[in-house]
Design a protein around this ligand. Sequence first.
Ligand code: ADP
Ligand code: MG
Length: 249
Amino acid sequence: MSSIVDVKNIGMNFYTVDGELKVLENLSFSLEEGKILAILGPSGSGKSTLLNILSNLLKPTAGDINIKGKIGYMFQRDHLLEWRTIIDNITIGLEIQKKLNDDAMEKINKLLKNYGLWEFRNRYPRELSGGMRQRVALIRTLSVDPDILLLDEPFSALDYQTRLMVSDDIYKIIKNENKTTILVTHDISEAISMADQVAVLSKRPANIKNIYDIDLTVSNEKTPLLARKAPEFKDYFDNLWRELDVHEK
Ligand code: ADP
Ligand code: MG
């Protein structure tokens, strides 16, 4: 299997009025096509910085990045425009790129129908629940037909129960659409339930300490909700809890 994402020895320093802040140092990983990789680290550990580097919004201070495909980036906040309808929010990226043609529209309509948003296409974001807004944001990201999805704490704005349901929905969409995905999160349970692999960030300056393979397939099926109920879930949780540097001062 060849990797679709290859990252070698990335370093990132920020220079501020308070001096130099080393956020990432010697960070390396690679990812196979079709997999979901969770990158787990506490708040402030450099997760968003890493996604900004992968999506070319930031230039790293050091290191090499090799990405074979187009990136779709879903930010922590859904960034839906309140004055545009759902459909107009979804098409905005293609509109700006002047790529909104019949083919693209057909694909978007199919996504809306498949993922329960067709009836809501002419509504406004404020009329939708947090979970539906998140699905709209994902469909907007998918509308430009990316090969690799970057998701920045996609569920952090949702309350706990909603988060469980929405992570199931989002998981199904990602797997149906067969997208290679990098999901960053500070939530151990979310990482285990969603991902094929979990990479743990070290303390700052962060690198990847360890990558765990997660195998929680129950009779050929995995869903985040089922995964949370699997007996092995707790073992993965305990290992990752120990691995995370949240205990040290
Ligand atoms: P996370 O997403 O894991 O919470 P971030 O990547 O947002 O962490 O930030 C990592 C560290 O880098 C934080 O201490 C943050 O304050 C700092 N940081 C992020 N962006 C900048 C910037 N543009 N300039 C200076 N410091 C930054
Ligand atoms: Mg962040």
